[in-house]
Write a new protein. Structure first.
Length: 223
């Protein structure tokens, strides 16, 4: 059970700090800033990989768990269990933010920016998750992260993508990260794209990676 607890706690911390930064930025009229929010996302992911990577692999994202399963580096039977653990952590985090900051309208939810069509947001989220999964699968084994390299690489790509794409889509790259705030704001209008695009992006990333370096991008015994 320790790996499921690790996924719950790690996802809780990630969502609480990441969407918490967005929430505080909202209610304080930009005191943290866009750059600050992106930095918080990158740093909390990095910290949680250091904390729990050797226990659960530090997925914190069902799209990543599915990607590892596609690559045969993670058991399919574990995917629903990981997703449930991640969902519990994310919902607890969003619920706590809802309690702490009732004046917040958005709670860090993910919606396309005004004037940015949903289909373009879906394409962008697909590409962002593709890049994220390519990095993750090249620095990890699926069940355990490779220490410092994984933490720095994954935290950095999330910071980078949140920095440039955040203003357009909020740079979710994670279905659970989008579902949790929506449960408290009631805004489900765009949830379809924030669920489908990251999952598809992670899956295609695995197949794309196999074309380049098969030995790292899948379990070569079963690839």
């Amino acid at each position: 059970m320790k790996k499921y607890y690790a996924e719950t706690i790690g996802t809780f911390a990630m969502i609480f700090c990441g969407t918490g930064a967005m929430t505080i930025n909202e209610i304080t009229n930009g005191s943290i800033s866009h750059v600050g929010v992106a930095t918080v996302w990158g740093l909390i992911v990095m910290a949680m990989i250091y904390a729990f990577g050797d226990i659960s692999g530090a997925h914190f994202n069902p799209a990543v768990s599915i990607g590892f399963a596609i690559a045969k580096k993670f058991a399919w039977k574990e995917v629903p269990k990981y997703a449930l653990a991640q969902l519990i952590g994310a919902v607890l985090a969003s619920g706590l933010l809802w309690f702490l900051f009732p004046e917040s309208q958005f709670l860090g939810e993910t919606v396309p920016s005004d004037g940015f069509p949903p289909y373009k947001a879906a394409i962008l989220e697909f590409i962002l998750t593709f890049f994220l999964m390519v990095v993750i699968i090249n620095v990890s084994t699926g069940s355990k992260e490779i220490g410092t390299m994984a933490a720095v690489a994954v935290g950095s790509i999330i910071l980078l993508e949140a920095m440039f794409a955040g203003p357009m889509t909020k740079a979710s790259m994670n279905p659970i990260r989008s579902i949790a705030p929506a449960l408290f704001t009631g805004n489900f209008q765009y949830l379809w794209l924030y669920i489908s695009a990251p999952i598809l992006g992670a899956i295609i990333a695995v197949y794309g990676c196999k074309l380049v370096k098969e030995e790292q991008c899948c379990d070569t015994k079963n690839c």
